[in-house]
Design a protein around this ligand. Structure first.
Ligand SMILES: Nc1ncnc2c1ncn2[C@@H]1O[C@H](COP(=O)(O)OP(=O)(O)O)[C@@H](O)[C@H]1O
Ligand SMILES: [Mg+2]
Length: 226
């Protein structure tokens, strides 16, 4: 599903990721942890090919950073669901339209789009809010719309970059339950976070970025992530 081979990324001569290797399989749930500035978002950007490595190669869902063409990038992104901390919903469109938006660029028929969108909204428990505008929703509800948008195209994997970063603990737990449900149904999830409590409550494989290097970590050897 994901393979990083000897990947390095630097900005202005500074190594952010230094010869990283990482593999992730279909169906896996993996936490990506590390302090602010450790390079978590940069790693995510590599995976949806918004960033090219300075060295090494990135393979995701059958695409390779060495050979992918500009035309193929949107095709790759259609196979991924991406979730950000800051939601990034379209403010001038209602919940339904926010989830449907990405499907309009595909050649899907309107009736199929409608079926998919209503299904995704029902999955996240927001069918009744489909005509609301994003600013009429709570933070947790907005993040659930983002999750509906991420799953509507039945992605092979979800990249969630600090999805609970702006949410309180109760709402974060709801979002985690939802992500785990999606993972149980067969979608791989890579989630970055620095919420130690959340990782402890919902254990899964953990990889940590420190000083540009990525390594597996055992939760029991940790008291926190910093
Ligand atoms: N586009 C960019 N240009 C210059 N520096 C960047 C850019 N993106 C990230 N950085 C730097 O790279 C480091 C890692 O950033 P980031 O991947 O956002 O870390 P994290 O998501 O773990 O907080 C930081 O020092 C950040 O300032
Ligand atoms: Mg980040």
């Amino acid at each position: 599903m994901i393979e990083l081979l000897n990947v390095s990324v630097s900005f202005e001569g500074q190594h952010v990721l230094d010869k990283i290797g990482f593999e992730m399989k279909r169906n896996e749930f993996v936490y990506l942890v590390g302090q602010t500035g450790a390079g978590k978002s940069s790693l995510m950007r590599l995976l949806y090919m918004d960033l090219k490595p300075n060295n090494g190669r990135v393979k995701v869902a059958g695409y390779d950073s060495k050979t992918i063409t500009n035309k193929q990038v949107p095709l790759l992104r259609r196979r991924l669901g991406v979730i950000f901390q800051d939601f990034r919903l379209l403010d001038d469109r209602n919940v339904y339209e926010n989830v449907a938006f990405a499907l309009y660029v595909t050649n899907a028929r309107r009736t199929d789009i409608k079926k998919k969108v209503l299904h995704a909204l029902s999955d996240v428990g927001l069918s009744h809010k489909r005509n609301q505008m994003p600013n009429e929703l709570s933070g947790g509800e907005q993040q659930r719309v983002v999750i509906a948008r991420a799953i509507v195209n039945e992605p092979v994997m979800i990249l969630a970059d600090e999805p609970t970063g702006n949410l309180d603990p109760m709402v974060s737990a709801e979002i985690m339950e939802l992500l785990r449900k999606i993972n149980m149904r067969g979608t791989a999830i890579l989630m970055s976070t620095h919420n130690y409590e959340l990782v402890k409550k919902y254990p899964a494989r953990i990889v940590q970025l420190v000083d540009g290097s990525l390594s597996e970590v055992e939760l029991k050897s940790k008291k926190s992530f910093s």
